[in-house]
Design a protein around this ligand. Sequence first.
Ligand SMILES: Cc1ncc(COP(=O)(O)O)c(C=O)c1O
Length: 398
Amino acid sequence: MHAVPPLLEETFRFRAACSELRDRSLLRQRLAIGSPQGASVRIGGDPVLNFCSNDYLGLANDPRLVSALKAGADRYGVGAGASSLVCGRSRAHEELESRVAAFTCRDRALLFCSGYMANLALGLSGLVGAGDHIIEDRLNHASLIDAARVSGARLVRYRHRDVDAATALIGSEKGKQLVLTDGVFSMDGDVAPIESLAQACRAAGTLLAVDDAHGIGVLGGRGGGTLELAGIGQDAVPILVGTFGKSFGTAGAFIAGPGDIIEYLCQRARTYIYTTASSPALTYATSCALEVAAAEPERRQRLFERIDYFRAGATAARLPLLDSMTPIQPLMLGSARRAAAVSDALRSAGILVTPVRPPTVAQGKSRLRITITAAHSFGQIDALLEHLVRLLGPGATP
Ligand SMILES: Cc1ncc(COP(=O)(O)O)c(C=O)c1O
């Protein structure tokens, strides 16, 4: 008998791990969408109603953004060619930074290739380090948790949206503190108690950063996000993170805030410094997206009419929705197996809502994370509701 080579043995271990995930209904299946994003997409040639994208304003395939991407490529080319501090920062990047600063009513903005990298920058720039504390909501996005993990600071988490628990922590520890919270929570769709957090941070002289990936472009009359909705400026929340891959329909992200903080991040944030700058063509298209999002408040109006319509129908049918006023409408199903089964049944009916399961959410909290966009028609929402009632309504056995 030959001994199994060590590397092969490792390979068996990985295969067994994936097989276990499959047995527990936790194996993730990837799609290959054959069309632009939209309320309806094509998968393997078939049209499917899409209720799980973050393209909240319906901009991902807007003809003006497509033209801007082409014009940006004509003017600046496709690739940035280098990192931002070498020679990868183009006029397109400079212009987008100014636009983001104006859009968010902040002094300055710095661009990142993704929201994940922007959030990691908060832990990888020396804002806090060993001996310090990062205080976070328990349901913060994984990228904010990872920012704490890589920072060297100690991570302390408080119960979801629990202002008293957060306030008790803020100012209570030795060393520097940094408080991090989602603006709109990515899996529950509810909004952070920003005013109270800001007040507690101000009283304690603690830095507060808000990741408004799902609020920016959507909430507030101008689309300024959770902070506009709460009427809060950069004095109260000095660090604002936003992404372009959701309501703005492109990709990339920013951190906006007071000039001194942004200049510091520009000099020290490792996920800004040690990576190729984002595509200048895409950056140019994102400037167009910001312009459209600001100039067309009717998109937000359409979006909220559709959210209300969906919620009214789901509430009348007593579907187990969480209490969310944002485009993220979680339908709680409990076990991963049940969430996967309902998702599969919807898919057979031509409706796409991928199940969200552990470790993205806690055990027993698997769900369909339904997202409503400005591009959905009321008829499409009716179709979703009809199938949900068939599968989950009174008398159904999903
Ligand atoms: C709250 C939150 N922050 C950050 C991110 C990461 O953003 P990006 O997709 O641009 O990396 C996401 C999701 O992707 C998110 O939901």
